[in-house]
Design a protein around this ligand. Structure first.
Ligand code: ADP
Ligand code: ADP
Length: 226
């Protein structure tokens, strides 16, 4: 059965309709790409599925629980524990080192400092930035910051990772390295991924592609992956 599903998701920003009744399902361990032209509603759909935005109508069901009925505090806790998020610009805490940034979700989840640091170092190594461990984001390149943000999104072993243009700010090689490391890790962990992208090589990492046009699913399903 589905791990995460959205039914009839509808969302407007004032008079601007962004989503017009979207039905999606994400299976356990499945990587689903959401593609389509700029402004078609990809980010809005990802935010609704992650419980960051509340849909105007429709429901989001995660492990048989309707998140639209949950309080903001409960959804926020869920995002810290079972969900991982990764955006285009990593949004690291600039005052913390790379290792501290990656360790943070573990500390918030109650891990001890030593275990959290050890795990963080392991994840930084997987993403090829072990040497950045004690540097702060302003001293790192954009690609190094994004690798660090990817490590932070994965460190708690989330059931679902929500990634919005995770390689959008990277050159092609860095983008491929981040995607390869991420996909390998989620396959090992059995995490599902909801991946928003407008780049065909990135969408090609997905098991399935959902194409949006103007706030609706394009039934032809002809997207950017050939
Ligand atoms: P995409 O991710 O595919 O580029 P978005 O979900 O960001 O699409 O946007 C869908 C539509 O909603 C667009 O018309 C966009 O301009 C509009 N939109 C998105 N966010 C906001 C917002 N915070 N306020 C007003 N309009 C928004
Ligand atoms: P993405 O690259 O993820 O699609 P966007 O550039 O569409 O992101 O949007 C970045 C941020 O700006 C988001 O928080 C989105 O909600 C907001 N936004 C997008 N379109 C509009 C809009 N027309 N008016 C106001 N805010 C917007």
């Amino acid at each position: 059965g589905a791990l995460l599903s959205g039914t009839g998701i509808t969302k407007s920003y004032g008079a601007t309709p962004a989503l017009r009744g979207i039905d999606v399902t994400v299976g356990e361990g499945e990587i689903v790409a959401i593609t389509g032209p700029s402004g078609c509603g990809k980010s809005t759909l990802l935010h609704c599925l992650a419980g960051i935005l509340r849909a105007d109508e429709g429901s989001v069901v995660y492990r048989e629980q309707d998140l639209s009925l949950w309080s903001e505090a409960s959804r926020s806790r869920l995002r810290r524990t079972e969900f991982g998020v990764l955006f285009q610009f990593g949004q690291l805490v600039p005052e913390l080192t790379a290792a501290e940034n990656v360790a943070l979700p573990l500390l918030l989840a109650g891990s001890g400092r030593r275990d959290a640091r050890e795990a963080a170092l392991g994840w930084l190594a997987r993403f090829g930035v072990a040497d950045m461990a004690d540097k702060r984001p302003p001293a790192m390149s954009g690609g190094q910051q994004q690798r660090c943000a990817a490590a932070r999104a994965l460190v708690t072993g989330p059931r679902v990772i929500f990634a919005d243009e995770p390689t959008g700010a990277l050159d092609q090689l860095s983008g491929e390295q981040v995607m390869t490391a991420m996909v390998q890790a989620v396959r090992e962990q059995g995490s599902a991924v909801v991946l928003v992208t407008h780049e065909a090589p990135v969408a090609a990492y997905a098991d399935r592609e959902i194409v949006l046009r103007d706030g609706a699913i394009d039934p032809s399903g002809i997207g950017i992956v050939g």
